[in-house]
Design a protein around this ligand. Structure first.
Ligand SMILES: [Zn+2]
Length: 455
């Protein structure tokens, strides 16, 4: 949010004012009146029976597929030759007769995936580099943003948060200048009653300050990247410390794979349950942990099909229910899960299907000479034009290489943006080199990794 020159050179109080103002604007948009109605709606649907959920899915799928076939040029062209007769189609099963769609299709299709009924200034663009460094641009309408947020809030509620409660946040925001070498490594976001801590300054020497700030702020819920909260937890355990706040009810980890070992360690250090939220930028599937520690596939969020993959795992193929402006129908998101047996029920009483294991993204964190370890670095490619694919590689402790497969639009400006995005997160204590390459090598089992650390 705050890598601008003006922000970096403002005093802390002004930075906090800026963060609060931005966040206030953002929550007015994301959590307005429409959000309240949606939040109330999905607090009901979490208790629906399997039959009710299936009825809802079939109704949403019909609406999305029919309107896409009519109003979205991309689907009109794809579905036209299929001669679909909507009177006779029975959803949700009928969705299986439609073709899959991939990230490459969405990139090539561009704006032809936007509904003609909904084009205009009311759409909000979003960019991601995803895990391959390949950029993807998607558009959402306001109801989609509100609904997404309502689902995130439902997960926070499961973790024990109520509106207005104190929250701590360690999720990769660039809020503390990379050059800063002493506390505070956090900023207070008064608009959301949230202590935002930097993911980029965590090191053995900085950890005591993080620990103290969490004691003083005493959050009810912590939202964090597993790599950030995991680092802090292992430091606490090795120093014989436990979280000292009295209000903490739960920790919600997301955006990275959370291993069982990591989860147990965080639970031990903080003395509360760790919840995990899995979602993706394309918003075609959401999985969250309930109070009983089980993963549920949110079947009121999207319709998910599971394609068999290797070793008893399944690839998630999803149709999101929330964004009619740029619908993704049968989108292959590439992430794998291990579902629980279909007959298994959770003691929480919810009918959402159970998932044993979510295999999401596995980036290596990079290591800095001053002892810091930094995860989720592929964000440095977001909003950078001219990149087909990219990878961050570290073979020595004092240097990092950014491998880029450039497109024809790559230029000096791209190079500068990339440099500055990386410096904001890594600071000046490490050499940085951008290398142009023809292709990015895959791992031995053919997987792409956006960050590889061999140190
Ligand atoms: Zn449950």
């Amino acid at each position: 949010m705050s890598s601008s020159f003006a922000y970096r050179h403002s005093p802390i109080w002004a930075q906090e004012l800026l963060i609060s103002a931005k966040s206030s604007l953002r929550s007015t948009m994301r959590e307005g009146r429409a959000f309240e109605a949606m939040a109330a709606e999905i607090h009901k649907s979490e208790w629906w029976s399997e039959r009710q959920l299936r009825g809802f899915q079939s109704q949403r799928l019909r609406l999305i597929v029919e309107s896409a076939a009519r109003d979205v040029p991309y689907y009109r062209e794809k579905y036209g030759p299929l001669g679909l007769d909507f009177e006779k189609l029975e959803f949700p099963d009928a969705v299986a007769s439609l073709p899959f769609i991939t990230k490459a299709d969405v990139r090539e299709g561009g704006k032809s995936l936007i509904s003609e009924e909904r084009r205009g200034p009311t759409l909000f663009p979003g960019n991601t580099s995803g895990t391959t460094g390949t950029p993807l641009k998607l558009y959402q309408d306001l109801p989609a943003i509100n609904r997404e947020n309502a689902f995130i809030w439902r997960q926070l509620t499961w973790a024990g948060l109520r509106r207005g409660d104190r929250r701590a946040w360690i999720r990769g925001d660039v809020i503390v200048p990379a050059r800063q070498q002493k506390p505070p490594y956090w900023r207070l976001n008064r608009a959301e009653n949230m202590l935002m801590l930097s993911s980029f300054h965590l090191s053995e020497s900085a950890a005591p300050a993080y620990f103290d700030s969490l004691t003083v702020f005493d959050p009810v819920v912590i939202q964090a990247y597993p790599s950030s909260i995991g680092f802090l937890a292992s430091w606490m355990l090795s120093a014989g410390l436990r979280h000292r706040g009295r209000s903490l009810r739960g920790i919600v980890a997301s955006s990275e794979t959370l291993s069982d070992a990591q989860r147990r360690e965080i639970e031990r250090a903080f003395g509360c349950a760790v919840f995990n939220w899995y979602g993706q930028f394309e918003r075609v599937a959401a999985i969250g942990t309930c109070e009983h520690g089980r993963y549920h596939l949110m079947s009121d969020y999207s319709f998910v099909e599971m394609l068999p993959a290797e070793n008893g795992l399944f690839e998630l193929v999803g149709t999101g229910f929330n964004n009619l402006s740029m619908p993704l129908i049968r989108y292959r998101c590439g992430d794998l899960v291990r579902p629980a047996p279909a007959t298994e029920r959770c003691a929480c009483g919810r009918s959402f299907p159970l998932i044993e294991q979510v295999i999401g993204r596995a980036d290596d964190p990079v290591k800095l000479p001053d002892g810091r370890s930094i995860g989720r670095l592929h964000h440095i490619f977001n909003d950078v034009e001219g990149i087909l694919e990219a990878q961050i590689r570290q073979d020595r402790l004092d240097a990092i290489a950014i491998l880029v497969v450039p497109s024809p639009t790559f230029n000096d400006r791209t190079r500068e943006t990339l440099q500055s995005n990386a410096r904001c997160r890594l600071g000046d204590g490490i050499a940085l080199e951008i290398q142009m390459v023809d292709s990015i090598p895959r791992t031995r089992n053919g997987k792409f990794k956006s960050v590889v650390c061999n140190v």
